[in-house]
Ligand binder design. Structure first.
Ligand code: CP
Length: 326
């Protein structure tokens, strides 16, 4: 992998590949983009991705990730091409790798991949010459979601060193939890997970977190509470690993009573989509301490940072230097 100016990676596949310096570079770049769009009355697109074509290579449904990557490409003056598996020749039996090679032959500059199989972006990166950006692979990783989440936390709370982040819910099947845990640990935060036992990953070095077996015990210490959706599509043998969603909501749902246990200034995140009444009571999802829609907005600048750093690192560096942002 060639060393670029700001990021040590050609691809963005998984959060363990990012050094602390890489994470800081991406977060600082995202904040510089954020400032540019907030301070200009009618901000012009930034020309960093001019003449640069990005393919959205999505094999799984998405609202937030797909659209925010699209907006990010446009705000950087690039072109986005949409690939839809359901209307492609994948349906005629073409393999994932052959399909990606066909697209690469049309000379795009990068592929943004979402797929239900964990590790598929890694496999594609091994077979392609162009950069691959992981937009969520099975229950493995969702690195840009992790970046937008830590960006949201930093904007609300400042330096995350020493902060306590509580993640509630289906940790075992969650790519969002895994990416967040890796990034938060590198930024010096402490992560606690709390869930029914069937949703907790086995205690191991892969999950360097604290375990809280009763939600009420963990809530008062948390600076950030992140609720996760139950990933029913990733559970085995078509069987839910909890008795019912109603029972889950009763013991693990974040409701107004449980929010009273949180400390003043603590915030609530959820990567979306939210199942109202299951992991979050509607009044909690819409409350002033919920920053769920801020996460969505921050997703645009976090993804702009990733695209610019990977596809046009020299242009990005020049833009940051011109603005005194490095
Ligand atoms: N958080 C997230 O990945 O949402 P989408 O599935 O809507 O992209």
């Amino acid at each position: 992998m060639g060393k670029t100016l700001g990021l040590s990676q050609k691809h963005l596949l998984a959060t363990p590949d990012l050094s602390r310096e890489d994470i800081r570079y991406l977060l600082n770049t995202a904040r510089a983009f954020d400032q540019y769009f907030q301070t200009s009355e009618t901000p012009e697109p930034i020309p960093i991705l001019k003449n640069t074509t990005i393919v959205h290579f999505f094999f799984e449904d998405s609202t937030r990730t797909r659209i925010s990557f699209d907006v990010a490409v446009r705000r950087l003056s690039g072109q986005a091409i949409q690939f839809s598996a359901s209307s492609s020749s994948v349906r005629k039996g073409e393999t994932l790798i052959d399909t990606a090679k066909v697209i690469q032959a049309m000379k795009p500059h990068a592929l943004i991949v979402r797929h239900s199989s964990a590790g598929s972006p890694q496999v594609l990166a091994e077979h392609l010459q162009i950069p691959v950006i992981n937009a969520g692979d099975g229950f493995h990783e969702h690195p840009t979601q992790g970046l937008l989440d830590v960006l949201t936390m930093e904007k609300q709370l400042g330096d995350l060193k020493g902060k306590n982040v509580l993640i509630i819910g289906d940790i075992a099947h969650s790519r969002v939890a895994r990416s967040n845990i890796n990034l938060l640990r590198k930024l010096g935060a402490t992560v606690t997970v709390s869930a029914p036992p069937t949703f907790l990953p086995p205690q191991s070095e892969a999950y360097p977190v604290k375990y809280a077996y009763r939600l009420e015990e963990a809530l008062p210490d948390a600076d950030v509470v992140m609720a996760l959706r139950i990933q029913s599509e990733r559970q085995t043998r078509n069987r839910m690993q909890i008795p019912s969603t109603a029972e889950y909501a009763r013991f693990w749902g974040l409701n107004r009573e449980r929010v009273k246990l949180m400390k003043p200034g603590a915030i609530i995140l959820h990567p979306g989509p939210v199942n109202r009444g299951v992991e979050l009571e509607p009044e909690v999802a819409d409350s002033p301490i919920s920053v769920i829609l801020d996460q969505v907005s921050n997703g645009i600048v976090a993804r702009m940072a990733v695209l610019a750093a990977i596809c046009q690192p020299q242009r990005l560096q020049q833009w940051l230097e011109e603005r005194g942002a490095v």
